[in-house]
Design a protein around this ligand. Structure first.
Ligand code: GLN
Length: 474
């Protein structure tokens, strides 16, 4: 087995037993990036010197006979909207092309305290807007399983990086599926935690009430390890919450009732995806779980529509700060101040952020606020109630992540609406603030397909344990 194929636990054991050094491990990944990333293009920035110096420190600790933390010396990558001090952070946008992060995001700080080795920053759709990573302001990323296809998005660089063994694990963010969908397309484990479980401090905001940082890993166990480190209360994010990490008894499969929402298998789903998801659910049944068909009437019919009003509304406010003065790109020739703002923003932002800023500004304007924004907030409450009702009858939910496997590069680029529809099964989870995982459960040819397991708020460990049952058995 190559060093870059090891899981976190295997790499940790290897380091502890001195089978290889942290520097060797780090170099193996840097070589892999150098060789493979020319084609896949998962990375926007490779932080070679930072990674090597972090690895060296871990080796010194091991040489001095000191205990090392679980993540010490393990090479990782972060989506390029998570701040790493003194490293460029672009959010996939030309408007932040030369922006240097002045501080560490809380999750990065926690990982650094563990001794993590940061290999670099991964490609993404501009400001996390997209489902294919083709809307990066720089270049598209390709799916390692089939270079003619997208890796999914918006965290496509992180997913492709893990799938191609160019990092052991990676961080991403999920506002409406941006961890789960690329994880599904690339055949890795993607965990979107409960809203508030992981601090958003140092995450460049897209839509604050929906954004959540999560993980891409090779195994479910690895997801648990990273989640345990990055989650929990942070005084710098008032929406973060203290999480009890010690008590989480493993659920017994015989006591679990799995809800299968019938609306998630309606028209539009690729029949081969449907078959793979249903057969995964059947396996759980054969292991003793009870399966119950349920209904989430608002979650598929209205979630995406509500999302595409609420998200751009928040986007229009969050992206107002990029004015060429406080941040980022600014125009060289302007008549006056207004002209300066307009030109700087027009030059810096790509098509998709511009589209969403306009949609959001419209939805929030006087006269339209009640008809759009307020109404969608009410729908959001109804979606939340859908889940509350479901969780009175069942413990967890299982659904597809995406209606299709990875699509071809360029296939949905000309039609934004068809790109938005790729998120159909994921938005409700963000609107309700729930945790969910994408677990690889099958393949169509060489294209992976993920099962979405949705849990109750702050019950990440339950989802992870249930996912692990499949992973161990199959
Ligand atoms: N496809 C979603 C969008 O374009 C993804 C958002 C996300 O999760 N960051 O809005």
């Amino acid at each position: 087995m190559e060093l870059t194929e090891l899981t976190i636990s295997q790499a940790h054991e290897g380091l502890k037993k001195k089978k290889f050094s942290a520097l060797e491990l780090c170099r193996a990944y840097l070589d892999k990036i150098e060789k493979e990333d020319k084609e896949i293009r998962a990375f926007l920035t490779v932080t070679k010197n930072l990674a090597l110096s972090q690895a060296k420190k871990v080796d010194e600790m091991i040489a001095a006979g000191r205990e090392i933390y679980f993540l010490a010396g393990i090479p990782m990558a972060a989506k390029d909207l998570i701040l790493v001090q003194d490293v460029r952070c672009t959010a996939g946008s030309k408007i932040l092309e030369n922006y240097m992060a002045p501080y560490d995001a809380t999750c990065i700080k926690r990982l650094k305290e563990q001794g993590a080795v940061i290999l670099g920053k991964t490609n993404m759709d501009e400001f996390a807007m997209g489902s294919s990573t083709e809307r990066s302001g720089f270049f598209p990323t390709r799916n390692p399983h089939d270079l003619t296809r997208v890796p999914g998005g918006s965290s496509g660089g992180s997913a492709a990086g893990v799938a191609a063994n160019m990092c052991c694990y990676a961080l991403g963010s999920d506002t409406c599926g941006s961890i789960r969908q690329p994880a599904s397309f690339c055949g890795v484990v993607g965990l979107k935690p409960t809203y508030g479980a992981v601090s958003r401090y140092g995450l460049i905001a897209m839509a604050c009430s929906l954004d959540q940082i999560g993980t891409f890993t090779k195994t479910v166990e690895d997801a648990r390890i990273v989640f345990n480190i990055i989650s929990g209360k942070d005084d710098l994010d008032s929406t973060s919450i203290k999480i009890d990490k010690i008590k989480h008894p493993k659920p017994k499969i015989g006591n679990i009732t799995i809800g299968v929402p019938k609306e998630y298998f309606a028209e539009g789903i690729d029949s081969r995806v449907e078959e793979i998801i249903k057969s995964a659910i059947k396996k759980y049944e054969s292991w003793g779980a009870k399966i119950k068909e349920i209904s989430l009437p608002y979650s598929t019919d209205y979630a995406l529509a509500a999302y595409y009003i609420l998200m751009p509304s928040e986007v229009s406010a969050n992206l107002a700060r990029y004015d060429g003065i406080k941040y980022g790109h600014f125009t060289k020739k302007a008549k006056d101040l207004i002209d300066f703002y307009l030109k700087s923003r027009r030059e810096g932002f790509g098509e998709e952020p511009r589209r969403r800023i306009m949609l959001g500004t419209y939805a929030l304007s006087a006269g339209y606020y009640d008809a759009y924004y307020l109404r969608c907030q009410k729908i959001r409450t109804l979606i939340k109630r859908d889940f509350d009702r479901a969780f009175k009858e069942v413990d967890i939910l299982m659904t597809p992540v995406a209606p299709t496997p990875a699509f071809k590069l360029g296939e949905k680029l000309i039609d934004p609406l068809s790109m938005y529809l790729a998120d159909i099964y994921m938005g409700a989870v963000n609107l309700a603030g729930l945790p969910a995982i994408s677990l690889p459960v099958g393949k169509i040819g060489n294209l992976p397909v993920g099962l979405q397991i949705i849990g109750q708020a702050f019950k990440e460990h339950e989802i992870l344990s249930i996912a692990q049952i499949f992973e161990k058995a199959c």
